[in-house]
Design a binder for this molecule. Structure first.
Ligand code: NAD
Ligand code: UDP
Length: 310
């Protein structure tokens, strides 16, 4: 099949391109390189089934494809808050443009949605039928509300135009090719530990997240696209929940770092807890569940950053 991956030069997108090529597909990687890098896909460029296009999803484009994986959107708070208007345009206009293309060429299309649609949740763990607790006017809204509108557009194109959609709600995912400076907690802590700098905990460090290793996430996305029974939304993540303090301690232990922990102020609207209920994913995705647990995933990610920081 011919697959389009928007945001394909980013962290998750580049792993997805690699996997789709391994599975024998043709892959068109589309990216505007805002947070993505050509170096993430350099190793794929000799493959004759791989094509790279510089394009912004806020502009229309027509490509003859069978499948669209819509991942284009900055994902880390410092990047999505850098130009919030552009972030929401990317989610909303990107979804309209990609859904329009899917409708015209009868492609199946998957939206990379997010656990952020649940906001600061008062249901724990989060199930897909929970509608969320999102501040519509806060500093995270450009991302959260953009992704919520994108889900609405996917559902409406499905109901109104019978577009063949899939929606996955991705929970915090980490691994090689995260940007060293993208501000997400796993990359921040590892880079700080390796450089011997202070480890910056925002707030008390008691807030929780559930971290999924990239290979587990990619497996779930591929299965979601391949199955014919459910359009979603389906939560994808690792249900093991950790406080940021526990994460910091694990990173210090695994790197053998002498870094000290320091406490900084908590950014606005920072969710207090997050943990996916993955019962639906297990059912729909042939008993899928994460197999790489935090310690193993951190070791692989630490090796990657050791290599990049050399
Ligand atoms: P990333 O920033 O590494 O990748 C995003 C990619 O999209 C980058 O290559 C960037 O250059 C590209 N992009 C941004 N705006 C664009 C535009 N207007 N036109 C074309 N390309 C554009 O982030 P990621 O972690 O790989 O996230 C990929 C997707 O998964 C995003 O949609 C994100 O919202 C979603 N997601 C990720 C996580 C996570 O923990 N990594 C969690 C939930 C959802
Ligand atoms: N965080 C932290 N120190 C950092 C970066 C992030 O304590 O250097 C916290 C952040 O406040 C949040 C959690 O770690 O509570 C996860 O942050 P991230 O930006 O990785 O993901 P998100 O908040 O989008 O889930």
């Amino acid at each position: 099949m011919r697959c389009l991956v928007t945001g394909g030069a980013g962290f998750l997108g580049s792993h997805l391109c690699e996997r789709l090529l391994d599975d024998g597909h043709e892959v068109i990687c589309l990216d505007n390189y805002f947070t993505g890098r050509m170096s993430n896909v350099d190793h794929l460029r000799d493959n004759r089934r791989f094509e790279l296009i510089r394009h912004d999803v806020t502009e229309p484009i027509l490509l003859e494809v069978d499948r669209i994986f819509n991942l284009a959107c900055p994902a880390s708070p410092i990047h999505y808050q850098y130009n919030p208007v552009k972030t929401i345009k990317t989610s909303v206009m990107g979804a309209i443009n990609m859904l329009g293309m899917a409708k015209r060429v009868h492609a199946r299309i998957l939206q990379a949605s997010t656990s952020e649609v649940y906001g600061d949740p008062d249901v724990h763990p989060q199930t897909e039928d929970y509608w969320g607790n999102v501040n519509p006017i806060g500093i995270r809204s450009c991302y959260d509300e953009g992704k919520r509108v994108a889900e609405t557009l996917f559902m409406d194109y499905h109901r109104q135009n019978r577009v063949d959609i899939r929606i996955v709600r991705i929970f915090n995912t980490y691994g090689p090719r995260m940007l060293a400076n993208d501000g997400r907690v796993v990359s921040n802590f590892i880079v700080q530990a390796l450089k011997g700098e202070d480890i910056t905990i925002y707030g008390s460090g008691e807030q929780t997240r559930s971290f999924c290793y990239v290979s587990d996430l990619i497996e779930a996305i591929v299965r979601m696209m391949d199955q014919n029974d459910a359009i979603g939304p389906v939560n994808i993540g690792n249900p093991h929940e950790f406080t940021m303090l526990e994460l910091a301690q694990k990173v210090i232990d695994l790197t053998g770092s002498k870094s000290k922990i320091v406490y900084l102020s908590l950014p606005g609207d920072d969710p207090k807890k997050r943990k996916p209920d993955i019962s639906r994913a297990k059912k729909v995705l042939s008993n899928w569940e994460p197999v790489v647990q935090l310690e193993e995933g951190l070791r692989k990610t630490i090796s990657y950053f050791e290599w990049t920081l050399k």
